[in-house]
Ligand binder design. Structure first.
Ligand code: GDP
Length: 323
């Protein structure tokens, strides 16, 4: 069902007035793939851009089951009760396939979703991570313009989406479980290297001792990574979303990071903007390319020929690009 569009100024004013109904409609506009919507969205974003940049942008990741949504709800309520306005967004690659977002599930963060200081938006859906991530980034800017001073961007710690989230946030928090020490050796290294802090979750009851041990292990592991350009050395903390232990310490550590980054933050964001431009060029070119009718028509044939070894992947790619 199509809804009537608002005017550019109606979207802009509504967002700046922190009208959540208009904010949600503007995000829907940004997420739309219709050309007219995209043109309008771009005009809205251009007007909103001068009002962005003042929030703390925080990425939160971890494998399914680590306790991300429980953590975000507990931490979010903690902040919301302190009077801070918080927006929770998600980059959820799984939502591309199922068409329904796991991270955006309405039953999650039930309490937080009802708090007047919190705004929760399910993940955008789309054909590619690049597209979904771009939309999340624009949604983040809209939330900033609407006065949300803290933005959590959640992602499932299963691969590429962490890189995309790292590229749009100021601070990247990795949640990990105690007793998952083997992961130190495996795939998590790349993600660990991106983390500004690791929080060991579920540090309660019989888990407390193991959490302390894991904390020491991860602290040692982080020392092996080269120091970052910003001069910030990643921290390891423990927490429990159930007992609330450690939540305030984590928030204080995040504030300490922002104090540390005063001038470095602008530089980080400038770098991110430039990289984002180049990534968007790649994404737009690719999108354009695959949507060309001649290309779309020839792709299945080329795939077959490449699959059977009749033509090299390079030759096939070159021939398609020549179209
Ligand atoms: P997600 O998949 O990373 O979003 O994880 P969830 O937040 O859904 O949590 C997974 C499970 O861990 C749920 O059964 C939670 O109740 C449980 N859990 C989350 N946080 C804690 C915690 O701090 N302590 C304990 N004991 N359990 C927790």
């Amino acid at each position: 069902s199509r809804r009537k569009r608002l005017s550019v100024n109606e979207y802009v004013d509504g967002v700046l007035e922190s009208n959540t109904i208009v904010l949600s409609r503007t995000i829907t506009l940004v997420e739309s793939n219709l050309t007219e919507d995209q043109i309008l969205a771009e005009q809205v974003l251009a007007k909103i851009l001068p009002h962005t940049g003042s929030s703390k942008r925080i990425g939160i990741t971890g494998v399914p089951g680590v306790g991300k949504s429980t953590f975000i709800e507990a931490m979010g309520l903690h902040l919301a009760e302190m009077g801070k306005k918080l927006a929770v967004l998600a980059v959820d690659p799984s939502s591309q396939k199922s068409g329904g977002s796991i991270l955006g599930d309405k039953t999650r963060m039930e309490q937080l979703s009802h708090h007047r200081n919190a705004y929760i938006r399910p993940s955008a859906t789309g054909a590619s991570l690049g597209g979904v991530a771009n939309k999340t980034r624009e949604t983040m800017l809209l939330c900033e313009a609407a006065g949300y001073e803290t933005i959590f961007i959640e992602t499932v710690g299963v691969g590429q989406s962490e890189v995309a989230v790292k590229g749009m946030v100021d601070f990247f928090l990795l949640l990990m479980l105690a007793g998952a020490g083997d992961e130190l050796q495996g795939i998590k290294k790349g993600i660990m290297e991106m983390a500004d802090a690791i929080a060991i979750t579920k540090a309660d009851q019989e888990n407390i001792a193991a959490s302390k041990k894991a904390k020491a292990e991860y602290q040692n592991a982080l020392h092996l990574f080269p120091p970052s350009d910003t001069g910030w050395s990643p921290k390891v903390l423990t927490c429990s979303a159930v007992t609330q232990q450690g939540l305030d310490e984590i928030w204080q550590m995040i504030e300490q990071y922002f104090d540390h980054m005063t001038s470095g933050l602008d530089q980080l964001r400038r770098h991110q903007n430039v990289s984002w431009m180049h990534e968007t060029i790649g994404y737009l070119l690719k999108n354009n390319f695959y949507h060309k009718p001649e290309v779309a028509k020839l792709i299945p044939e080329m795939e077959k020929q490449v699959g059977f070894g009749k033509i090299t992947p390079q030759a096939a790619a070159r021939e398609l690009i020549r179209l």
